[in-house]
Design a protein around this ligand. Structure first.
Ligand code: A3P
Length: 293
């Protein structure tokens, strides 16, 4: 199924970004050879992918942590399906780390051996919606929406890159026993970055000294990442992919609860209804405001 007016193409019911993902890659994805020590960061778009990518870079690559090598996070931890820099994954040294937005049913079958690790990061979907709205209007490769209402309709119908948010998270959560997977939330990372880094280290069985832990936490804050050319994606979005205007940034606000500045009461209530309908039986905890316990 393909519609040339859209920014997406569909493969097995999931929407991929037409400009950056090739059909060749998605067709062969399920059979891609997985190594036991591979690590995947899996997210729905705009849920904290880049943040987690920087955290893993800082944990796993000493030269990134110490600043002795100037390699962009995307070249150390590429996106599995958006191979923008045409890296040969088979030649990457172990442990390989990837980011990916793919749904549970399209991943390489080898992940079901439960050896390779998956970190699934999720974010409250109202903030995902707002972040995605701004990002879609910024990026030339994404379809822009003139109003938030229009974008919300696309989001709630799953008519955008990443398909339906509810399907993505439900799918991964309901099939969690098929994988070696850990769930983390953007909001918990925001509330207590150090604990989140510790949680990741423990899942990856990595022990860092206090000093190294400090270095990771210090360089993974929003402000530090925004100023770090290795991690802020500025070069990629402005020079390589192209923006509609020069005023937006990939690291936009990085806060919890920004949706309150944008959604009307009516929009928020309609969203809540659909959220409750789709998320019953999913006990994952969602934090909608930063002051929530
Ligand atoms: P906002 O648009 O709300 O600012 P992804 O990498 O999955 O596309 O997610 C992008 C979102 O994560 C953006 O949200 C971005 O600002 C936020 N983000 C990235 N790094 C962050 C950090 N260190 N702390 C908080 N938010 C961060």
């Amino acid at each position: 199924m393909d519609n040339k007016d859209e920014d997406i193409f569909k493969f097995k019911g999931y929407n991929f970004l037409r400009a950056l993902v090739s059909m060749d890659i998605v067709k062969n994805m399920e059979d891609y050879e997985i190594r036991d020590d591979d690590i995947f960061i899996v997210t729905y778009p705009k849920s904290g992918t880049t943040w987690t990518q920087q955290i893993l870079c800082l944990i796993c690559f000493e030269s990134h942590r110490n600043g002795t090598e100037n390699i962009a996070t995307i070249d150390r931890i590429p996106s599995f399906e958006y191979n923008i820099h045409k890296l040969d994954y088979a030649k990457m040294p172990s442990p390989r780390i990837f980011t990916s937005h793919i749904p549970y049913y399209l991943v390489p079958k080898g992940l079901k051996d439960k050896k390779a690790k998956i970190i699934y990061v999720y974010r409250n979907p109202k903030d995902v919606l707002i972040s995605f709205f701004h990002f879609s209007n910024l990026m030339v490769v994404l379809k822009a929406s003139d109003t938030l209402e229009n974008f919300m309709q696309r989001f709630l119908n799953g008519n955008l890159v990443g398909s339906l948010w509810f399907d993505h998270i439900r799918g991964w959560y309901e099939h969690r026993h098929d994988f070696n997977i850990m769930f983390m939330s953007f909001e918990d990372m925001k509330k207590d970055l150090r604990s989140s880094v510790l949680k990741i280290c423990s899942f990856l069985e990595k022990e860092l000294s206090e000093e190294d832990m400090d270095a990771v936490v210090r360089q993974a804050t929003f402000e530090k990442m925004k100023a770090d050319p290795r991690a802020n994606n500025e070069h990629i979005i402005k020079d390589e992919l192209g923006t509609r205007n020069n005023t937006g940034a990939f690291l936009r606000k990085g806060i919890v609860g920004d949706w309150k500045h944008y959604l009307t009461v009516d929009q928020s209530e309609r969203f809540d209804k659909i959220f409750h309908m789709n998320m019953k039986n999913i006990p994952l905890k969602f934090i909608w405001n930063i002051n929530e316990k």
